[in-house]
Design a protein around this ligand. Structure first.
Ligand code: VOV
Length: 249
């Protein structure tokens, strides 16, 4: 079988999704002073991350997660992967991290494909540059899941011709566009970085719109034939001001 043409990607900020579970029984055993100190320290660290976002050197989102897979999601974007490693280590050294257990993490980089436009035309396009270096939407709800494109028998994405893949991605984009103003998406590529090929992070004002969009997309040819999904995580955006109520026991 002759090789098909790969698609070039244009890549932006690196992204760490860091999911944690709170060890409530240990947290409840901590003294009130210890708890106060731990929350204050996290508050400061989150303040630093927000400062970096203000300077447009990265972005930060904090969410509570519903269901047993995790309790919290700390999401950071940075120009380099090393910065993510550093901030993760710093976070792990905080007092509060002693009461958090790792639930899941995902390492990826903001990615745009070049099925619709040439990479060189994307370089000087401010709209594209903003999408590659996104300030995470301050929308109420977040949905994250990793995914692959299938490579089995007749349904092998990596054996499809470029034009055919471009056609399928165009149709995919058209379905997505129906949700303008309702769902925002950030696609991060993770080949070589993590266990799946892409991370899908969605934002919505109304949580039900995630289900509507994902359901509708299941019928798009590209999802119906080629998509394989990992675990879904769903949650709600929180601010530093919410820390006290989240951790009050
Ligand atoms: C708001 C919804 C929305 C919109 C508008 C949208 C549009 C677009 C466009 C225009 C493009 C192509 C250019 C690019 O940006 O790369 C993509 C690309 C991609 N998408 Fe998408 N997508 C959405 C939403 C959306 C969802 C919900 C999913 C998950 C699939 C599902 O079935 O659960 C998804 C997946 C992807 C992936 C994995 C890629 C990269 C595939 C590759 O092979 O490179 N995506 N997507």
């Amino acid at each position: 079988m002759p090789a098909v043409q790969a698609v070039e990607t244009v890549d932006g900020w690196y992204c760490l999704h860091d999911f944690r579970t709170v060890n409530w029984s240990a947290w409840k055993k901590a003294s009130e002073d210890e708890r106060k100190q731990a929350i204050e320290e996290l508050n400061q660290l989150m303040g630093d991350w927000e400062g970096i976002e203000k300077e447009k050197n990265g972005s930060f989102g904090f969410y509570t997660i519903v269901g047993q897979k995790a309790d919290l999601l700390f999401m950071n974007l940075r120009p380099t992967m090393e910065e993510l490693t550093e901030l993760e280590t710093k976070f792990n050294k905080t007092k509060l991290a002693e009461y958090l257990e790792p639930a899941y993490s995902y390492v990826s980089v903001v990615e745009l494909s070049t099925y619709m436009s040439k990479a060189e035309d994307m370089e000087n396009n401010p709209e594209i540059q903003a999408r590659l270096h996104p300030i995470l939407p301050k929308w109420n709800h977040v949905c994250f899941y990793p995914m692959d494109k299938r490579r089995a028998g007749e349904d092998n994405w990596y054996a499809e011709e470029f034009d055919e893949r471009a056609r399928l991605m165009y149709d995919h984009g058209m379905t997505g566009r129906k949700y303008a103003g309702k769902v925002r998406q950030m696609i991060t590529g993770s080949m070589g970085f993590d266990d799946w090929e892409w991370g899908v992070t969605l934002y919505a004002h109304d949580v039900l719109q995630f289900k509507k969009l994902i359901y509708e997309m299941r019928f798009d040819e590209v999802s119906a034939r080629f998509a394989e999904f990992g675990s879904f995580y769903i949650g709600h955006r929180k601010e530093r001001d919410d820390l006290e109520s989240i951790f009050s026991v």
